[in-house]
Design a binder for this molecule. Structure first.
Ligand SMILES: [Zn+2]
Length: 133
């Protein structure tokens, strides 16, 4: 994926954020950019599989996104730059073939649509969670 695609994706995310809804055109652009990963991400969002864990009072947050396998594993992830899943390390970091994994896409989509399950914890609990990543 080149930098132009990244800019296109960013502008689509911003439009979705401002309207809190996603049009057919936006869906086809995101599908074109992210292909299979985007389909998987929409399934995760449809199943309310994205939690946003926010620390109080700082408001800092991390996403916890469910996987698709039967083990029902969940992955901690930052939409922009990190996911704890295998695909992130293999496809994104090592091979550089993908810009992000499906969990990151799901987090971004759910956040843009306001479709996250919001969980509030204390900053101390959040720090403890992050220290285990
Ligand atoms: Zn992931």
């Amino acid at each position: 994926m080149n930098s132009r695609s990244i800019l296109v994706a960013e502008s689509v995310w911003r439009d979705i954020e401002s309207t809190r809804s996603v049009s057919d055109d936006q869906l086809s652009i995101l599908h074109f950019l992210f292909a299979k990963n985007f389909e998987r991400a929409t399934r995760i969002v449809d199943q309310r599989g994205v939690k946003r864990i926010s620390g109080e009072p700082s408001g800092r947050s991390v996403f916890q996104v469910m996987g698709e396998s039967r083990t029902k594993e969940e992955y901690f992830c930052f939409a922009g730059h990190y996911c704890a899943c295998y695909s992130f390390f293999y496809d994104v970091v090592n091979r550089g073939e993908q810009l992000c994994c499906k969990h990151q896409l799901a987090a971004r989509l759910a956040a843009s649509l306001g479709a996250c399950v919001d969980v509030k914890v204390s900053d101390k609990q959040l720090a403890l969670l992050l220290s285990k990543l």
